[in-house]
Write a protein that binds this ligand. Structure first.
Ligand code: FES
Length: 104
């Protein structure tokens, strides 16, 4: 069953940036897009399990800090070598300045 959990305040994430969020022994990445929407994915790159929090957000793409693999953080879609496995995404919602993500 999925559960909404409080991840951060909207002010914790700058526009076109991301932060790391850990919960229940798992790690996630929370993104704020240039159009001010929030998204959440697994925190670790599907290539070599490096955390994406040190990566670079460009428009709707997260670029992994290790080998520059790219994902669309809205859908998790892997955008080319060396990443070929999509990133898992999670629904988000914002309520009273707080970002929630839905996890299982
Ligand atoms: S670890 Fe992310 S692209 Fe290699």
């Amino acid at each position: 069953m999925s559960e909404w959990i409080e991840a951060c305040s909207v002010d914790d994430v700058e526009e076109e940036d991301l932060i790391r969020f850990d919960h229940g022994g798992r790690t996630y990445a929370i993104y704020r897009s240039p159009d001010d929407e929030f998204y959440a994915t697994d925190g670790l790159c599907t290539h070599e399990q490096v955390h994406l929090a040190d990566g670079l957000v460009m428009d709707h793409i997260i670029e992994c800090p290790k080998h520059n693999g790219r994902f669309d953080y809205r859908t998790g879609e892997a955008k080319g070598a060396p990443v070929c496995v999509n990133l898992r995404t999670y629904p988000t919602r914002v309520e009273n300045g707080t970002v929630f993500i839905s996890v299982e």
